[in-house]
Design a protein around this ligand. Sequence first.
Ligand SMILES: NC(=O)c1ccc[n+]([C@@H]2O[C@H](COP(=O)([O-])OP(=O)(O)OC[C@H]3O[C@@H](n4cnc5c(N)ncnc54)[C@H](O)[C@@H]3O)[C@@H](O)[C@H]2O)c1
Length: 244
Amino acid sequence: MRIKDRVAIITGGGSGIGRGTCLRLAEEGGRIAVFDLDFESASETASTVQKAGGDAFACKVDVSRSSDVEQGVNEVLSRFGKVDILVNNAGMSLTLSIAKTTEELWDRLHDVNVKGIFLCCHAVLPHMRKQRYGKIVNIASIVGNSGTPGMVHYGATKAGVIGFTRGLATEVGPFNITVNAVGPGIINTPMLDHEAGASTVQMLEQKVPLRRIGEPRDIANAVLFFSSDDSAYVTGQCLFVCGG
Ligand SMILES: NC(=O)c1ccc[n+]([C@@H]2O[C@H](COP(=O)([O-])OP(=O)(O)OC[C@H]3O[C@@H](n4cnc5c(N)ncnc54)[C@H](O)[C@@H]3O)[C@@H](O)[C@H]2O)c1
């Protein structure tokens, strides 16, 4: 088991990539705190982990609210006694031209996708520093690295995630804390269903060198690498997991 008894917080763990990551990290011995805005879906993930013999609990957390994040981290500390791994996965996306993007939408997207990562890191870092061990994995996107029409706002948040990852890695490296990012391509999750119809997905598949869209487990495997000691000497990197 690659992360036996390591305590992991996974934000947005109620669905898609977050749920896949909870299950994968639990398979490798991680004890899982499922943070999500949607408590019901977080609870479903936690009970799936438990049914498979793992250890998990659900926590209702809006990552854009510091009071929620602090409460959630305190609950993890009181249940599990430590935090070793933080996977900042919670995120939202929408397809809208710049002309139709309102200030409110711009702010909400940045509050969840970027500020949420800052708040979660801010809450766990004092504990990771004290134990001189920590693994932070941020979920970015290929859209943070390439221009996509209708996703200017989203791309700006994900480029922010990559910049945040590189900067934080330099600050916390001396405490034996690594900070890396995974940049998914097109992944089969409810977020994708919401954004693209079947014909669009088929068209997108033809553009992927491996000729398929990804599954949550494809991303979870990369998150597991950055969450385990297999990546002990890797920090400040963004690995694009996008079928080429
Ligand atoms: N699916 C893709 O193709 C794709 C591609 C690139 C990047 N990503 C990124 O991967 C991550 C997960 O995406 P997904 O496709 O699994 O999406 P999803 O919509 O299936 O799941 C997102 C989860 O995050 C939760 N969430 C949303 N806002 C939250 C908040 N403020 N606080 C706490 N939880 C919140 C939702 O309730 C949901 O459970 C996101 O950061 C997304 O930007 C996805």
